[in-house]
Design a protein around this ligand. Structure first.
Ligand SMILES: [Zn+2]
Length: 82
């Protein structure tokens, strides 16, 4: 599985430590959809897995930040996340 992290309003959060059940469910569904689309992604050249950071001021304005071993992997993952 790939590494997915969340940062909401500058604070690191995870579906497990959100105080609010509704917000926790939102993060969980985002996490699941990322896992579904790029969870098995791996760089064909370096064998590395990408990392995805989900960032936003709040849960309504989330965007994805992808990092990885090379631009090719990052581009592939970004395309799949759209
Ligand atoms: Zn690579």
């Amino acid at each position: 599985m790939i590494d997915i992290s969340f940062e909401i309003n500058g604070r690191k959060v995870s579906p497990r430590n959100m105080g609010n059940a509704l917000e926790s469910a939102v993060l969980k569904s985002v996490q699941e959809s990322i896992t579904k689309s790029v969870g098995s992604a791996r760089c064909p050249e370096h064998g590395q897995r990408p990392k995805v950071k989900v960032k936003g001021r709040n849960l309504d304005s989330l965007s994805f930040e992808v990092s990885g071993c090379c631009d090719q992997l990052i581009e592939t993952v970004k395309k799949k996340l759209k």
